[in-house]
Ligand binder design. Sequence first.
Ligand SMILES: [Zn+2]
Length: 312
Amino acid sequence: MQKAPFAVLFILLFSAAAFCQATPEFTVKKVGEGVYAAVSPDRSKAGSNAGFIVGSNGVLVVDTFTNVASAKELLAEIRKITNLPIRFVVNTHYHLDHTGGNAAFSDSGAVILAQRNLRGWERTENLKFFGPNPKPEDRARVESLVLPDMLYSKAVDIYLGARLVQVRYMLGHTGGDSVVLLPDANVVFAGDLVWGRHLPNLIDATTDAWIKSLDQLLADHPAATFVSGHGEIATAQDVRDFRDYLITLREDVGKAQAEGRSGQALLDTVLPELKEKYGDWGFFDSFAARNIQQTAAELKGEKKVPVPAADR
Ligand SMILES: [Zn+2]
């Protein structure tokens, strides 16, 4: 009898070790000449996907994971490939899982670039991910996030020596999202505008604008490789499937609302419909109910989304 707790403990430790081995924080995948995606499994400490582009005179990093330790691991991976300076970091949006490691790169002199709205949101809007009463240490973490050094409004082109990198503002996911385009390799770093076979976080979303942004991306880059913000590297077909999820969600919620349903009754109607089509996608259990509720609020015109500082 006395040995049982030890046995249980051993099994737990063994499972934890096996689990850690089975889920590394991220995997670096080459998606073009000098273009790399850092793809994280769900619920890894890194928290999201990132990537980097090697030009002839420097490196541009796309997103910095959730924390500085993971970002330093990304820096170490970059150093296995090139010793060129890290000149730029682009934050695709303000969410903590894409900006939390900024310090790892700003400390060594990289310029952090983002769409104009990020600077006002990064240290304020991120607090909501810790609930109505964030713990002091979580508040301190959010309030000490490294902000972008350089802001753009609609579009900016960056030359890494001879290599052109285009950063473009697109609506839908937060109101401050950037995509990073690499024309010479036909790669699109889409940030959280694209989730690869995963349900998205719609906390800040305007889904009608998001669908239009995805249509635009598909029209402009029909054969690109898309690095998603979460999930695997995506093809144009994966992007179409993701766009169709947003369309289905809006249609199913809109239909239930037209039938007079709201609250739990609306959820009970729409959730099984979504599960039938998308139950095998990542984050279904975490996000499906909230996706429905947030889309219901959006369709009723009651959804709150972050407001740019200039418009407050
Ligand atoms: Zn994310």
